[in-house]
Design a protein around this ligand. Sequence first.
Ligand SMILES: Cc1cc2nc3c(=O)[nH]c(=O)nc-3n(C[C@H](O)[C@H](O)[C@H](O)COP(=O)(O)OP(=O)(O)OC[C@H]3O[C@@H](n4cnc5c(N)ncnc54)[C@H](O)[C@@H]3O)c2cc1C
Ligand code: FES
Length: 293
Amino acid sequence: MSGGSLRGTIQLEVAQILSHEHHAGNQHVLRVHAPRAARSAEPGSFAHITCDRSVPLRRPLSIMRADPVDGWLEFLYKPVGAGLARLADRVPGESLSVLAPIGRGFEFDASRPRIVAIGGGVGIPPMIFVAERLRGDPRFARPLVLMGSELPFPFDVCESEIDLPGMPRAATHCMLLLEQWGVPSRLASNAGLPGAYRGHVTELAREWLAAAGAAAVAETQLLACGPEPMLRAAAALARELDVPCQLALEEYMACGVGGCAGCTVRIETPDGPAMKRVCVDGPVFDSRAVYPG
Ligand SMILES: Cc1cc2nc3c(=O)[nH]c(=O)nc-3n(C[C@H](O)[C@H](O)[C@H](O)COP(=O)(O)OP(=O)(O)OC[C@H]3O[C@@H](n4cnc5c(N)ncnc54)[C@H](O)[C@@H]3O)c2cc1C
Ligand code: FES
């Protein structure tokens, strides 16, 4: 399965807000009706959204869930500036202009059926999409989703009944929705959140992989999305264990569709370093290409 290039399928839709939940820590979950985008969204792809008439530029948000049958997309976001703050004021029944899905999503290598999906903060959404997409795929084990946050998690959590031998004892809780899907997940935080491993989410991943043993590690691939230090730590862990790792990057964007070069990052290619656009060449890249070591 491959996210591949999605440029040919980008849709522009006037998307009605179906629901808009507001959580502690200024975190918001938005669901919009965007049936054409919902049909072609892939884990790792994103939407470029007009937050409000008063906000000139669109803002990129990872697609957290896509329902091709009922035709909706769901996002989790935390405002850091004026654009997403205006978005948080919008109410169900109003409409947004949504350009989606954009970008190359994750590529899943069936020769490594154990997927560890690591999400930090607003990097959690693509990992929910990974879980939903892979939970019924017979080529893969159920992915393990590890989520880190210093704020209360913006979703229902519960004590997990899915036994994960080798998981640190403090990591008892999980995301309720993933548990209902039968997808194992665990939480990490430095903020002392109940049932969460105390530390960085990449340290939880490290402990889990150390306990899993060499044979399991040889079948593992890592996916990560989150703040830059977390991505660097995930890339370092992958290098150390010699496992493949894909990173979903979150750069500031203007056009969002490849036209302005405003989102370029330096990427190592077989022909040497090159400047790549996060919006359409990514946002998912191989960790060795982003952080060659
Ligand atoms: C592919 C992708 C997926 C993303 N997914 C999510 C997600 O799922 N959830 C989520 O919450 N966020 C996500 N983000 C991040 C989010 O789009 C940005 O944080 C966005 O800029 C926030 O918008 P804002 O209106 O809150 O803040 P902005 O108004 O954009 O400002 C944020 C801060 O950055 C500064 N800033 C703005 N533009 C620039 C620039 N060009 N260079 C330097 N500094 C700048 C501002 O001064 C301000 O301090 C994603 C980003 C990308 C690229
Ligand atoms: S944001 Fe314009 S090229 Fe990526």
